[in-house]
Design a binder for this molecule. Structure first.
Ligand code: 16C
Length: 256
């Protein structure tokens, strides 16, 4: 099927790393490196813990730019029974998006940058309208990557969603274009590793997840409403999305 096909294409690149470059390569490299460098750092006391539930911690900083709320958001979570690659795969692949996204009216892939190595897609999304604000849309590149950290360690997996312009996604009133820079980074740990790696079971897996989001609503929106929605929706997304991945992979072979 097309899906496992796409999985194997991304993983094959893992070994060779000889990617064709394209118009977004340099920007992607810079943004991915920034996320790899900073996202997993612990939060300073400038961050407020807005939600704590089990292993999940959601922090934010209240920041405004020209009267527009642009609060950075950062979450740490630990998920049992899945690998970082599995989590990133379900976050990246458009096939599953509407299964776990509850704040979208639609999502569409408008370009695949390198068809031989489909690790970068351009999405156009229509977000659910929050009355009485104007409805938001977004256009962003989405990039998935495996980063090896050392000989013994499991590799890191990361997905970055970053706003871009596209001829097939012009800004059209009454929609307001939001600007986003979002990253999901996952690190797999093997707990009580069996002597033979072939005997690793899902109960031996632990995934450390970091999710960061910098979203500018692209125009004025009532600050109090926006902050209340964010406080409710980000934890809801993390719970729903991670449960979805657990459910989808439960009886599947482990994808390292
Ligand atoms: O990362 C997530 N999803 C990805 C795949 O879809 C992708 C999405 C990025 C966009 C996330 C921001 C959506 C905000 C739209 C709401 C506009 C309402 C404006 C009017 C308010 C009075 O990376 C998972 C995303 C989980 C999203 C949770 C929803 C958060 C809504 C709170 C809005 C705060 C940010 C301000 C942006 C308007």
């Amino acid at each position: 099927n097309t899906n496992s096909n796409a999985i194997s294409k991304v993983s094959a690149q893992k070994e060779t790393a000889k990617h064709k470059s394209h118009r977004l390569s340099n920007e992607i490299e810079r943004i991915v490196q920034d996320h790899l460098k900073y996202d997993r750092e612990n939060v300073s006391d400038l961050w407020e813990l807005i939600h704590h539930e089990g292993e999940m911690k959601v922090y934010r900083r209240e920041v405004e730019e020209n009267g527009i709320v642009v609060d950075p958001l950062k979450c740490f979570h630990t998920v049992k029974g899945v690998t970082g690659r599995e989590i990133c795969h379900y976050f990246f692949d458009p096939t599953y998006r509407m299964d776990w996204e509850t704040t979208l009216d639609s999502t569409k892939v408008i370009e695949t940058l390198d068809k031989d190595n489909p690790d970068t897609l351009i999405f156009f999304q229509l977000h659910k309208r929050v009355w009485p604000s104007a409805q938001r849309d977004s256009c962003f590149w989405s990039h998935i990557r495996c980063v090896s950290t050392g000989e013994e360690d499991q590799p890191l997996w990361i997905v970055v969603n970053y706003t871009t312009d596209h001829a097939q996604a012009p800004i059209k009133s009454p929609f307001v274009r939001l600007v986003a820079n979002v990253a999901l980074t996952c690190e797999t740990q093997i707990i009580e590793p069996p002597l033979n790696p072939k005997d690793i079971k899902r109960e031996n897996l632990l995934c450390k997840l970091t999710y960061v989001a910098f979203v500018n609503p692209g125009g004025w929106a009532p600050a109090a409403a926006l902050r209340a929605i964010a406080k409710r929706e980000y934890p809801k997304f993390l719970k729903r999305f991670t449960s979805y991945v657990i459910e989808q992979t439960r009886d599947q072979p482990i994808l390292f």
